[in-house]
Write a protein that binds this ligand. Sequence first.
Ligand SMILES: [Zn+2]
Ligand SMILES: [Zn+2]
Length: 221
Amino acid sequence: MTTTPLAPPVAGTGTALLRRLREPAPPRPERCAFCGLDLPSEHRHLADTEERALVCACVACALLLQQPGAGAGRYRGVPRRYLSDPRHALADADWEALQIPVSLVFLLHNAVLDRWVALYPSPAGPAESELDPAAWQSVLDRTGLARMLEPDVEALLLRRTEDGTTSCHLVPIDACYELVGRMRRHWQGFDGGAEARAELDAFFERLAALATPLREGSDEL
Ligand SMILES: [Zn+2]
Ligand SMILES: [Zn+2]
């Protein structure tokens, strides 16, 4: 499988904002969606803004499709940067106001709808938040990462830990869907259980090694 829906049908409103992910676990090796070439496990992904899906691409096709005029701007390369905001802080009351039933949420900006969408993992794949946009705006205003995020291809990732702190990262959207897919495969019980938590811990260990911290007092790195 080379495509994964990443965003809602354009006509969607309210509860229809996001389609569910298809079952993850793509066959290995994955193939370039354009020329059929077998791909290494590390390869580029493009966001197909018409089909609202992620597609796998070889280097040559990824470069070609991102040329001005080629694909008429339909395909956008998913960036590979990972950023963190070490000074991000969220009080208990602010986190509770978001009414996220798990300790993790992704915030995506949909360019077509020009709105932010909140996604969090659940046994059935990503679930969508039905929140008051004002509640989210106060969260977005707290981090320079929200202003740096590229619509449709990057996500803000917030994680609440047991000591009551909230970490804030900017991650490529394919990494976000991979994490939700992994958690879904290992999910047990009400809160995901030990295996889903282990997937989460492993992901955040990699993130800690990869992420570049935002410099103090600016939106710069
Ligand atoms: Zn190709
Ligand atoms: Zn792929």
